[in-house]
Write a protein that binds this ligand. Structure first.
Ligand SMILES: [Zn+2]
Length: 289
């Protein structure tokens, strides 16, 4: 009787498993630690690493990746809730030390965030090359009046005897903006007449498309971005999941660097059978794992 009363709060009759699921989901998205997952269901398969027993991460990284996912990494803003203690960033910023600040904005993590971004772009580049695409890394596209654009990847392919180019830019973004809007905003940056004319001239292409890899620091993919990658390159769900893992793992690394924990590095690998972490082979950052 007591439970029934509790689950009937706010006028919702919580009677079936589906209703309980929806009720729990809605409550989660209302909470400060859960609202970052609001767009997670748009591309749900990229979150398979949470429960599929992936060996892409060490046990420690996996546990910390889960904390990244729900904004639960220790920070002054989090641990200081309701306490009279400083909440500003310990790196000296005037902003509250939240997970978002540390993983997306703090000057102390700037170079590590670039590394996180580049690893995602290199993963995609490596996979595209294994599939036979011609890929140029950060091509310089310069206008007649000196404007320089450097998208992360320019992918060239030939379809039915016609050369085609696809400009791909990678962005690791925050969790509270609409991801599809961020995807389109980034496309607008490159989808310009002079960019198309320059690419057509330099690479003898007739068809030019623009897309992005738009992913949050906790591994949530923009639906439009994922659809574009499937449409242009027939990218597999496994590789999209790998890019999501790369983003989350990069955020764990960023957090360790913020704490100046020098013991942690990208070179840590999951324990292999018959080997140790110290002797495990370290794959190059390029190419899919
Ligand atoms: Zn800071």
């Amino acid at each position: 009787m007591f439970c029934k009363e509790i689950l009937s709060l706010q006028g919702e009759a919580v009677t079936t498993a589906e209703v309980v699921q929806k009720y729990s989901t809605d409550r989660l998205y209302e909470r400060i630690d859960g609202k970052s997952l609001k767009q997670a269901s748009d591309v749900s398969f990229v979150h398979g690493w949470v429960r599929d027993g992936t060996r892409l991460m060490t046990g420690q990284v996996f546990c910390e990746a889960l904390k990244v996912r729900i904004n639960a990494l220790p920070s002054r803003a989090r641990t200081g809730r309701g306490k009279p203690q400083p909440r500003n960033c310990k790196a000296g910023c005037e902003w509250p030390e939240t997970n978002v600040h540390v993983l997306q904005n703090c000057f102390r993590t700037h170079h590590v965030r670039i590394e996180r971004h580049n690893r995602i772009a290199h993963r995609l580049e490596g996979w595209l090359k294994t599939k036979g695409f011609e890929v140029l890394w950060e091509p310089h596209i310069k206008s007649a009046d000196g404007i320089l654009l450097k998208p992360d990847l320019l992918v060239l392919q030939e379809i039915n005897g016609e050369r085609k180019a696809t400009v791909v830019d990678v962005q690791v973004v925050g969790v509270y903006d609409c991801l599809n809007t961020l995807h389109y905003n980034k496309i607008k940056k490159y989808d310009l007449p002079w960019v198309k004319a320059k690419l057509a001239e330099d690479h003898q292409v007739k068809v030019i498309d623009f897309t992005t890899v738009t992913i949050t620091y906790n591994g949530i993919f923009s639906k439009r971005s994922a659809k574009d990658l499937v449409k242009y390159f027939k990218i597999t769900q496994q590789i999209l999941k790998l890019l999501a893992v790369c983003a989350v793992e990069g955020s764990v690394y960023t957090w360790h660097k913020f704490r100046k924990d020098t013991k942690w590095s990208w070179k840590r690998q999951p324990l292999r059978l018959g080997g140790s972490r110290r002797t495990a082979a370290i794959p190059a950052p390029q190419g899919p794992a």
